[in-house]
Ligand binder design. Structure first.
Ligand SMILES: [Zn+2]
Length: 144
């Protein structure tokens, strides 16, 4: 019950729209291919453009479906600008276009200290002795 039903409904509506768009594009592409086939005249550029359009819509549909599933499970987060839910790792809000990664970072900085990434053992850099450079500096020749 953390998300408002309005946004949930909007998400599902968007998913339905995209599903319909993908279905329509499928039909278009199939019909187009058929028309070309019976005329024995294939326009590859037209087919490729149509297929790219379908691919885009299909990818967006996949994202929205994932989003709907994640909202149902309560994972992901919420856009600060408009309150729309987003999936974990989403870069931009699907609803208002706000960059979500920046929001997440500023939230982390303000809320808690993030543990350093693995790779450098903590404290090893501070514990290492300084390089023996001072002995050389004692013997510097007079500038000339
Ligand atoms: Zn938003």
């Amino acid at each position: 019950m953390s998300t408002t039903p309005d946004i949930h409904a909007e998400l599902r509506r968007r998913r339905d729209e995209l599903a319909e768009k993908v279905a329509t594009l499928h039909w278009d592409l199939g019909g187009l291919t058929y028309e070309m086939a019976i005329r024995d005249h294939f326009r590859l550029d037209v087919l490729v453009r149509k297929a790219a359009e379908l691919q885009d819509a299909d990818a967006e549909l996949g994202e929205v479906e994932r989003l709907v599933a994640e909202v149902d499970q309560g994972v992901g987060g919420q856009c600060r600008a408009c309150g729309a839910p987003h999936s974990r790792g989403a870069a931009y809000c699907w609803r208002c276009g706000q960059p979500l990664m920046l929001q997440a970072q500023s939230t982390l900085v303000g809320a808690a200290v993030v543990p350093a990434p693995a790779g450098l053992p903590a404290g090893s850099a501070a514990a290492s002795p300084p390089p023996p450079a001072r002995a050389l500096s004692d013997q510097t020749t007079t500038p000339g």
